[in-house]
Structures are given as structure tokens and as C-alpha cells.
Design a protein around this ligand. Structure first.
Ligand code: GTP
Ligand code: MG
Length: 224
């Protein structure tokens, strides 16, 4: 059987191409959609339109002279934390951004719930947790009360296994590119030694295999 490194999608004389599925989660209204819109379309709107279910965006990165990375961003509605669908949405993800709103402390309290949800439901093929970054969004606004000091945040991310934290603003385009770049670097490091059996992979994605032929544990997570 042929083997290939994970999650490589194409390899040719001109270089390698990877597809990374990245989750963007966090409570309602923290700015997930705004961060993605800023990052992918360099666009910001002050009007709030809540996401329903999940939305998608693609950002193509010319990572280095012979590597292209396709970042598939899954914009998961904040409301989904109260639903059963996250396991389905998280499938095959290799990284995540967990977002909170610096002006609303309760959105920071929810960070741990999102992180635990991710760590319980999605793993890299070597069973390690997927790399996550923590984004303190709306940092263009000075909150009436600071949620955590820089030292406390530093300790918090270590205790909760976040790779890094960033103070972002979708409005002012602050630190979003940096956070994404950092996360991609972590994903590359976390996945570079993983090789997948290409034949097995065909079973997972190929259209010749019906869902009923899959192993029971692969179907287990699906509530749809
Ligand atoms: P759900 O889809 O409901 O989960 O919300 P969301 O996390 O996608 O939030 P969304 O991006 O829709 O933003 C919510 C509101 O916050 C909107 O009115 C945005 O304009 C505003 N907003 C988002 N990011 C920022 C930011 O960095 N600064 C400021 N000042 N406002 C922001
Ligand atoms: Mg949204």
C-alpha cells in the first residue's frame, strides 16, 4: 500500500499542497465570522448577523517556495455549543481558534468549555490533541474591567494546553494574520511525521464505499 504524509493532498514536481481543516469556535457574537471575513476578504462590517449552524471559507497560503496550504475555515455558530452537532463539525480538523470577546467576561468563561469539547471529540491521527490558539477579540475596545492580566493569561493557556494567545481585532485588522500563521506552523509541526495509509484514506473519502460499509466506530459520532 502506498503511504503519504498527513494531510497532504497533492505532490508534484512543482511542490506539495496541504489541506488543513481549521475550526473557529467561541460563544455567540465574539467575532468569529468577522475574523474570518477580515482574514479571507479583508472586509469588516459592524452589523451583526448571527451564523446559523456552520459556514465555510477557504484561504490559500503560499507558505514557501514549494508549499501551498489550503486553509479550510469552519465558522461554527456560537449557538452550537448547546447542540449535538459539534462532533460532526469537528471531524478531521487539524487545528482550532477559540475566540472570546474582551468586553464580555462570560465569553471567556466559555473558552474552557469549547476547548474541552474539542479535546474530547477530535484528535490527530496519532491521537494527539489538535493545536489550538486563543484569540482575545475586539481588543480595539478598552474594556471597563480587564478579564485577565497578561501573566494570568500566560498561565491559563499553559494549563489549558493552548499553543499561544493573541489580542485580535477584526475591526482594525490586528493580529489575525499572525495568529493564523502561528497556528499553521503548529499544525505543520504536529502533523509532519504522521503518515497515513493511502488505501485506508480512500475508504474514508472515496465515493465507492457506502456509509454502511464503514467501521462502527466511524459512524458512532454522526447524529445527522
Ligand atoms: P455567531 O455567529 O452568533 O456565533 O457570532 P460571531 O462570533 O460570528 O460574531 P460576529 O463576527 O458576527 O460579530 C458580532 C458583532 O461583533 C458584530 O456586530 C461585529 O461587527 C462585532 N465585532 C466583531 N469583531 C469585532 C472587533 O474586533 N471589534 C469590534 N469593535 N467589534 C467587532
Ligand atoms: Mg458568526
Amino acid at each position: 500500500p502506498s503511504i503519504r504524509s498527513y494531510p497532504l493532498i497533492r505532490m508534484s514536481d512543482s511542490g506539495k499542497e496541504f489541506l488543513f481543516k481549521v475550526l473557529v469556535v467561541g460563544d455567540i457574537g465574539v467575532g468569529k465570522t468577522s475574523i474570518i471575513k477580515r482574514y479571507v476578504h479583508n472586509f469588516f462590517s459592524g452589523t451583526y448577523k448571527s451564523t446559523i449552524g456552520v459556514d465555510f471559507a477557504l484561504k490559500v497560503l503560499n507558505w514557501d517556495s514549494d508549499t501551498i496550504i489550503r486553509l479550510q475555515l469552519w465558522d461554527i455558530a456560537g449557538q452550537e455549543r448547546f447542540g449535538n452537532m459539534t462532533r460532526v463539525y469537528y471531524r478531521e480538523a487539524v487545528g482550532a481558534m477559540v475566540v472570546y470577546d474582551v468586553t464580555r467576561p462570560q465569553t471567556f468563561d466559555a473558552v474552557q468549555k469549547w476547548k474541552t469539547d474539542i479535546d474530547n471529540k477530535v484528535f490527530l491521527p496519532d491521537n494527539n490533541p489538535i493545536p489550538c490558539v486563543l484569540l482575545a477579540n475586539k481588543s480595539d475596545i478598552t474594556p471597563s474591567k480587564q478579564i485577565k492580566s497578561d501573566e494570568e493569561i500566560e498561565q491559563y493557556i499553559q494549563e489549558n494546553n493552548f499553543a499561544q494567545h493573541f489580542k485580535t481585532s477584526a475591526k482594525e485588522n490586528k493580529n489575525i494574520v499572525e495568529a493564523a500563521r502561528f497556528l499553521v506552523q503548529k499544525i505543520i509541526e504536529a502533523t509532519k511525521d504522521i503518515v497515513e495509509d493511502a488505501d485506508k484514506d480512500d475508504d474514508d473519502y472515496g465515493n465507492t464505499v457506502s456509509p454502511n460499509d464503514r467501521k462502527p466506530e466511524e459512524k458512532e459520532g454522526c447524529h445527522c
